[in-house]
Design a protein around this ligand. Structure first.
Ligand code: FAD
Length: 576
């Protein structure tokens, strides 16, 4: 048997016609065989496209199979996968449309003369968004063509570890990147018949009108952008939540804030409405709670601890929902994986992968949403795909680091790959690193310091917008310069803010670095570097409560509330 140790020695000139591939497979299996392609990728979404283009750039012969099964409502789309067609892109555009609705309201306060009533035209928005998505589909086809990646609009499945059915193709390596699709709760009568999912929302030509959204995961709240956001300007929207919103995100209870508000209820004799809001505060997790509370303020209704049992259409045409889990399911069922020995995780149906994205079968890899335990995010799928192609077809050994925390061993900090993300709910929530409770679990309560502040974006002031959910939390270790292990931000442009801090995080930022950073004034991001109140101190982190403190207890209380409270192991500079 013939064996090339280093796959980089095999280039397309050598392999055209007769291809000797999968040489130097990292799992120690070597083959001498004649294959049609060096690499076949099944799934032309974020991960699959990135992986195939990278491999082609390294001189390999590559094909991508991408096929979209229509949704039960018949919705279908083009090349590019979930992100482009039914995920990040149409979601962000509809989010922007909703933000403009709020901006129009603000604009009047800023002197714009906008005749009332202002109305929103769904078909106009939908057509513009759908046209943009189609342009991206076309762009992806052109890119594949330019990079000489063969695109086949076919459903692929595996015959064996080197053979793909669709049209019969053979490949040295196979990458599975088939993503996920929404899961209908088949045990809820009427759900398939009357319900729609994120696969349909962005392709609706007409406004959905009054809507019940079932579930409150990150994806679901994002997918519901049109409803959640347009709840503010007319669409009657209710979200049904089984247990908690935004599972996996920071859930630490805002106990200190709840207590402080209660105090002010008594002192200032706040209205009943305020007390109700307080009850909500106590019940909701912190960061996630801020997001849902904001939506609640702008008219989105929530029903907690409910699951749908049945959906019926009434004579009036309205749907009646009697109070399981709507989620997403991995696209692995039709790939014939179990038959060829690719191990799947039983509950999720996802492919069990090693650190190098390898499955239990040599030459078969899985990236993106269908790989077990990976964050379901576009940039994660893209980076994993590129790194895998480089490891397969060049001397690179670089692995994707999925850990979401800073490794606190200084030499390793620079090697860490952190995954920042943002939930594009009406009030955006961006984060990088660990939720507070996870930091506590990993390092112990006494080993972490949490700095936090409620803040008022300047632009909210003139517009008289409620800023009580704009909040920042930075979780640090209590040692040395206090390495930052988590950063959380709810407020305008959270994605933009968090992306910048994610770079600092990647470089091993500490609380001291925050203090030493010069702000850009006046911005919301600047508030992050001004943090000086620790949760441990129990002091009030709200501007509003400092104001009440002045009213009720005089300036001494306010002065104490304003005093930096961290006992720092290093001197701090103060600025206004
Ligand atoms: C509503 C929504 C909003 C989101 N918002 C964000 C966001 O803001 N930011 C972010 O980072 N992530 C977001 N995501 C997640 C992101 O879209 C996914 O993590 C990402 O698209 C996963 O990429 P992938 O390559 O694993 O799979 P996908 O992009 O899903 O691509 C898989 C492709 O494979 C095709 N396919 C499936 N089976 C076969 C087969 N047998 N043969 C051929 N082709 C097949 C599919 O049709 C699809 O085209 C969102 C997701 C949703 C649903």
């Amino acid at each position: 048997m013939f064996c090339f140790k280093d796959p980089s020695h095999v280039n397309s000139a050598e392999t055209a016609g007769v291809m000797f591939v999968n040489i130097g497979n990292r799992r120690g299996v070597s083959h001498l065989w004649k294959f049609d392609y060096d690499l076949v990728v099944i799934g032309g979404g974020s991960g699959g496209l990135a992986c195939s283009k990278e491999a082609a750039q390294l001189g390999k012969k590559v094909a991508v199979l991408d096929y979209v099964d229509p949704s039960p409502k018949g919705t279908k789309w083009g090349l590019g996968g979930t992100c482009v067609n039914v995920g990040c892109i149409p979601k962000k555009l509809m989010h922007q449309s909703a933000l403009l609705g709020t901006a129009v309201k603000d604009a009047r306060k800023y002197g714009w003369n906008i005749p009332a009533p202002v109305s929103h035209d769904w078909p106009t928005m939908a057509e513009a968004v759908q046209n943009h998505v189609r342009s991206l589909n076309w762009g992806h086809r052109v890119q594949l063509q330019d990079k000489k990646v063969k695109y086949l609009n076919l459903r692929g499945s595996l015959v064996d570890e080197h053979t793909i059915r669709g049209t019969i193709l053979t490949a040295g390596n196979i990458v599975l990147a088939t993503g996920m699709r929404p899961k209908y709760p088949s045990n809820v009568p009427g759900a398939v018949e009357h319900g729609i999912t994120s696969d349909d929302i962005f392709w609706l030509k007409e406004s959905p009108g009054k809507t019940l959204v079932v579930g409150a995961s990150c994806i679901l709240l994002s997918a519901s952008a049109p409803w959640l956001q347009f709840g503010c300007i007319g669409l009657d929207t209710t979200i049904m939540v089984r247990s908690i919103a935004l599972r996996g995100f920071d859930q630490r209870l805002a106990a200190s804030r709840g207590e402080l508000l209660a105090g002010h209820c008594q002192v200032a004799e706040m209205s009943c409405h305020f007390c109700c809001r307080l009850a909500l505060w106590d019940r909701l997790p912190q960061m996630a709670g801020l997001v849902t509370d904001y939506m609640d303020t702008y008219g989105t209704k929530f029903t907690w601890k409910c699951i749908p049992k049945k959906v019926e259409k009434l004579a009036s045409g309205a749907l009646q929902v009697t109070w399981e889990d709507l989620g997403r399911t991995a696209e692995t069922k039709t790939l014939n994986l179990e038959k060829i020995g690719v191990a799947l995780q039983k509950e999720s149906g996802k492919v069990i992968v090693g650190d190098d994205e390898s499955s239990s079968v040599p030459n078969v890899f899985a990236i993106g949403d269908i790989a077990e335990g990976r964050p379901e995010l576009t940039p994660v799928a893209i980076k994993a795909g590129k790194l895998l192609a480089r490891r397969l077809f060049s001397p690179s050994t670089e692995l994707m680091n999925y850990d979401n925390s800073q490794q606190c061993i200084p030499v390793l900090i620079h090697l860490q790959q952190q995954v920042p993300t943002t939930v594009f709910t009406p009030l955006e929530y961006g984060c990088v690193g660990l939720p507070e409770e996870e930091a506590e679990r990993r390092y112990g309560k006494d080993a972490i310091e949490v700095y936090h502040a409620f803040f008022k974006p300047l632009e909210f002031s003139v517009a008289e917008r409620d800023s009580s959910q704009c909040y920042i939390k930075v979780v640090c270790l209590r040692e040395g310069d206090q390495p930052i292990v988590g950063l959380h931000f709810t407020g305008p442009n959270a994605g933009e803010v968090t992306q910048g801090f994610a770079l600092g995080f990647q470089c091993g930022a500490t609380y001291r670095h925050l203090l030493d950073t010069v702000g850009i004034h006046p911005t919301c991001a600047e508030e992050v570097i001004k943090l000086n109140i620790t949760k441990r101190s129990g002091l009030d982190a709200t501007t509003m409560n400092r104001f009440f403190a002045r009213l009720t207890a005089g300036y001494e209380a306010a002065r104490i509330a304003d005093t930096p409270t961290a006992t720092l192991p290093f001197p701090i500079k103060t600025s206004s």
